[in-house]
Design a protein around this ligand. Sequence first.
Ligand SMILES: *Cc1c(COP(=O)(O)O)cnc(C)c1O
Length: 384
Amino acid sequence: MDKVIALGRPTFGDEELNAVRDVLESGWVAGQGPNAGVLEERFAELCGTRHAVAVANCTAALHLALLAFEVGPGDDVLVADYTFPATGHSVLYTGARPVFVDVQPGTGLIDLADIAAAMTPATKGIIAVDVYGQCADYDELRSFASEQGVFIIEDAAPAVGATYRGRPAGSLADVACFSLHGRKGITSGEGGLFVTDDQRLAEKVRKLSAFGIESAYTRQAAASLAVPVFDELGYNYKLSEIAVAIAIVQLERLPELLAKRRRLVALYADLLGGIQGITLPVALPDRESTWQTYCVAIDPELDRGRIAMGLRKREIQSNFGTYSSHVQPLYGLTRYCPVSADIFARHLAIPMHANLNTDDLERVAEAVAETVAEERARVLESTP
Ligand SMILES: *Cc1c(COP(=O)(O)O)cnc(C)c1O
């Protein structure tokens, strides 16, 4: 039997190994060292923003972004419901309340009409999510937010290299937070970046990411012995220089990795297009997704779990897409988000990463066609 086709898999080579060796030999392996500035400069350039701050992960970036906006107990933050729960968690960390907002069918992107319905006098801001790497409707979001006097955070965790109406992800809201987790398009194992044009917010995030003081590396360059003063509660959210070194190489690979994924997506469209019982993902014409995840929607009468087990039997990995937040017991139900709940129940992620080839995709498509046909036959038989 052929080997298992993985749902996701990072792409590394000798360049990453050499970069790690250099850092180990340099002696500076902790965070905010000499390489962090290089990563930050290049990342800001990619996003078209003035500032970037490297942090431990995207969840940390979201937490610090909220603190920079002075979100705390008594505040509400509207959160796009269909997301990895890191988004909702970041609001809880501050003591504020996440108020979940439903999403659009097809894309899973935050629904503008439901945002208007969810606003309260306590609403301080909105976190929109770039679902699977496709940007939300930022032009409309921005004009709504400026009318209402609330901030917008772009949870761009899976969207490194995405574009929206020709502009890069990261430049679309007041601030944006990215992830370099192992399941994203480029990765340093764990990692995150905060970007913004606002110098005050960037300085605040940088300070809070290192215990509330200036970094040891910057202090070392001072003309005299610098003894920092702790005047604010910061966190240890720095990104290790080992991860930074890997991230710099991965960023160089980004155009090639994105092009590869986009070719695979076009191939999937050909191979899966005729299969009855599934709907292919919606790619909006005015934006380019990173395709961090490729999800098909399974028709409601079919059992997604059986299809997933059929794929597993054929050595193809699959998974549900991402989460519906408002149904998670942790948050306590604030609002119903029926569209998000529906796609949470029906999305099925199938293999998507830059190491796949045409043969792999043909094998996946054949397996999907077979398992979905089997499931449709089973349902037809059991319907009186
Ligand atoms: C992956 C992801 C996160 C969390 O990123 P980490 O770097 O693992 O903290 C947050 N939001 C979304 C939408 C994600 O996909």
